[in-house]
Design a protein around this ligand. Structure first.
Ligand code: ADP
Ligand code: ASP
Ligand code: MG
Length: 472
């Protein structure tokens, strides 16, 4: 049995939803799947704007944005549900959710404060609405479908906006609720991204978290496979928005996929791979716009990986924009023990997460997200040494299992980047990535040069598919 997760663009419009419905119906011929949906594309962003407007006492703006969310879903119902009675009932469900959203807006406006808890409740409406419409449309198309509120199953801690599941409890819930429904032959449609605390407060798992939901549910069932349906042909040699001639990767190991997602490849949420590894479940990344293409399989199964070895060193290039470098320097670091611990203590106290690090005897450079709040941290660091900040930089990482055993990779990387000002360099302890930092304005040139260096035709044999071949 498969868990099938569809991202926002794969269900964002009526025609996208119809395509996703056909893909699910096809899967059902084998066995009824568990379907995990995101919100329609753009809706979570819109709900965040609603939340911020409400928290900021911009009531009229919040209500207008909520009206847009309502209209989007009403239009979907109009096109997707044909039967008059059913359409009326589904419209009522949409109105009920929007009514709750509007009540929340007014409540937050009156209190004058947006809490982490209400923020997550705002965000949850996107998935609740998309799944409600999708499951009714599937039911109308004659497929036995059950809608499940995942908040009865996905019980989490109360770290709002980045909640983590209480695994043993969730697994029990999956076995008691979802599993019997699937075994009775029902398609089950549920929400990604959201969960609930033990005492019933809505939580979310973090942006892009629906992939994580699908992987967790897949591991708890356990399912035979986890399918991540998105808007590109699987995991590619680079983000196709940065390098238009990026190619699809047919197969990769769990470690490569995990590393790539940590390092910024948005196609998979960084926490997706761990649950799959635990149960050794293959993860397929597939294109809902071209379901006939092969996409990518992520697995450690030697039978699948066999014959897939290739001449290329690098499997993919990941880019993380919106970073800044903090350069710290102090002669007091020389020969002193514990100094580094003091520096990291300050990061921990400020709640700022460090991404890449590079050190010498008397200096350390670190990258952090530009969105982190740095004021207090910088005040403390300046008490310990000299600090300067380089804003608007990006980390670029080349990833591949073959890097472990290869010589000369660094040479090739740096000759491909001879025209680019490299601000920092670091090799991951996993030995399967080499990362460096460039200025924001150089990202495109740097990535395209690297892509050319490692993915020219003579370099790769069989494992990648070029964009032209893919859609023939
Ligand atoms: P979804 O809404 O389906 O979850 P996302 O927008 O989260 O989709 O992820 C898909 C996007 O990830 C693609 O449109 C692509 O621009 C981006 N992306 C970044 N790196 C890669 C990569 N290595 N391979 C494929 N896509 C990538
Ligand atoms: N809808 C959520 C988001 O936009 C979760 C997801 O799409 O995976 O972040
Ligand atoms: Mg995503």
């Amino acid at each position: 049995m498969a868990v099938m997760k569809f991202g926002g663009t794969s269900i964002g419009t009526a025609s996208a939803m119809k395509r996703a419905m056909l893909i699910v119906a096809e899967e059902k011929k084998k066995k009824a799947p568990l379907v995990v949906l995101s919100a329609c594309s753009g809706i979570t962003n819109r709900l965040i704007q609603v939340a911020e407007a409400a928290g900021d006492s911009r009531l009229a703006e919040a209500m207008e944005l909520s009206g847009e969310v309502r209209e989007h879903h009403r239009e979907l119902v109009d096109v997707l549900i044909n039967d008059g009675e059913r359409r009326k009932a589904v419209m009522e469900k949409v109105e009920t959710y929007i009514g709750e959203l509007d009540m929340l807006i007014k409540g937050v406006d009156i209190v004058g404060e947006l809490t982490a808890r209400s923020f997550d409740t705002f965000c949850s409406f996107g998935e609740l609405l998309s799944t409600t419409i999708f499951s009714e449309a599937m039911q109308e198309a004659g497929h036995g479908t059950v809608w499940q509120d995942i908040r009865e199953v996905m019980i989490t801690d109360d770290n709002f906006s980045s909640a983590r599941p209480l695994e043993a409890l969730c697994e029990k819930n999956v076995k008691n609720t979802l599993k019997p429904l699937l075994e009775q032959g029902n398609i089950v449609v549920t929400q990604g991204f959201i969960g609930s605390t033990r005492d019933g407060k809505t939580t979310t798992l973090g942006r892009g978290g629906s992939d994580f939901t699908a992987a967790l549910l897949g591991a708890w069932l356990p399912s035979d496979e986890i399918q991540i349906w998105t808007d590109v042909d699987g995991v590619m040699t680079c983000d196709p928005r940065v390098v238009p001639d990026a190619r699809s990767i047919r197969v990769m190991t769990f470690t490569e996929a995990a590393e790539l997602s940590y390092l910024g490849a948005k196609v998979l949420h960084p926490d997706t791979i761990a649950p799959a590894v635990k149960q050794n479940i293959p993860v397929y990344v597939l294109n809902s716009l071209h379901p006939e293409t092969r996409g990518t399989v992520i697995t450690d199964n030697p039978a699948i990986l066999e014959g897939m070895s290739y001449g290329g060193l690098v499997k993919s290039i990941a880019v993380k924009k919106g970073q800044c470098i903090i350069n710290f320097r102090s002669n007091r670091m020389l020969g002193r023990h514990g100094f580094m611990a003091n520096i990291f203590d300050e990061f921990a106290r400020a709640g700022v997460s460090v991404e890449m690090i590079s050190t010498s005897e008397v200096s350390v450079s670190l990258t952090v997200s530009e969105s982190a709040s740095l004021e207090e941290l910088l005040v403390e660091l300046r008490k310990m040494g000299e600090v300067d900040i380089e804003p608007d930089v990006a980390t670029i990482s080349v990833v591949g299992d073959n890097l472990r055993a290869s010589k000369g990779v660094a040479g090739r990387i740096f000759s491909a980047l001879k025209d680019v000002n490299i601000r920092m360099i670091s090799q991951g302890a996993s030995e399967i990535n080499v990362g460096f930092v460039v200025e924001g304005q150089d990202v495109s040139k740097a990535v395209q040069n690297l892509h050319h260096e490692f993915f020219s035709d003579s370099e790769t044999s069989g494992i990648f598919e070029s964009p032209m071949k893919r859609h023939q």
